[in-house]
Design a protein around this ligand. Structure first.
Ligand code: IDP
Length: 162
């Protein structure tokens, strides 16, 4: 099998990542994207979007009964949101580690929320918490044709063998 075929079988896990309005307003997009690139993951899709109420409510549908739900939806829809899809080996779990705990005050230094945030309602970034939610969220935020298939030449320097 070709290297690319083997790579896509083993390392093409995808996750949905969104820099929330606080992260965009605070000028953190470049630094956050750089961290994911630095780790070795590749970007598959990216758009700046002001999400509709419908989109925000479906995205956070599991939190509907929470007291902060209305504030959360109002905050996310205020925009802009930098919506992205990232790809690589174990990317869902690893990006969750890179972003840190939901509450920035308990996120370790070195994580995105630990380094850049203070309040839980202004925690800068979202990333899918499981492979199944990644699939759901990618389908919710992106059309299939917006996901770019490409073959980063750096892969052979990031993956020993696949
Ligand atoms: P996650 O974003 O780390 O996956 P979730 O529990 O799914 O955490 O919560 C989604 C988002 O809802 C959080 O990122 C945060 O912005 C917001 N949120 C969660 N808990 C609270 C809270 O107690 N007060 C205010 N906002 C909260």
């Amino acid at each position: 099998r070709s290297y690319f075929l083997r790579w896509s079988m083993h390392c093409s896990e995808r996750t949905f990542v969104a820099i929330k309005p606080d992260g965009v307003h605070r000028g953190l997009m470049g630094r956050i994207i750089a961290r994911l690139e630095d780790k070795g993951y590749s970007i598959v899709a990216l758009k700046l979007i002001k999400p509709s109420k419908t989109l925000a409510e479906s995205h956070y549908e599991a939190l509907q009964s929470k007291p902060f739900f209305a504030d959360l939806v109002a905050f996310i829809t205020s925009g802009p949101v930098c919506a992205m899809v990232w790809e690589g080996k174990d990317v869902v779990a690893q990006v969750r580690k890179l972003i840190g705990n939901t509450d920035p005050l308990t996120s370790a230094p070195g994580t995105i929320r630990g380094d850049f945030g203070v309040d839980i309602g202004r925690n800068i970034i979202h990333a899918s918490d499981s492979i199944s939610s990644a699939k759901r969220e990618i389908e919710l935020w992106f059309h299939t044709q917006d996901l770019i298939e490409w073959n980063p030449t750096l892969h052979e320097w990031i993956y020993e063998k696949v």
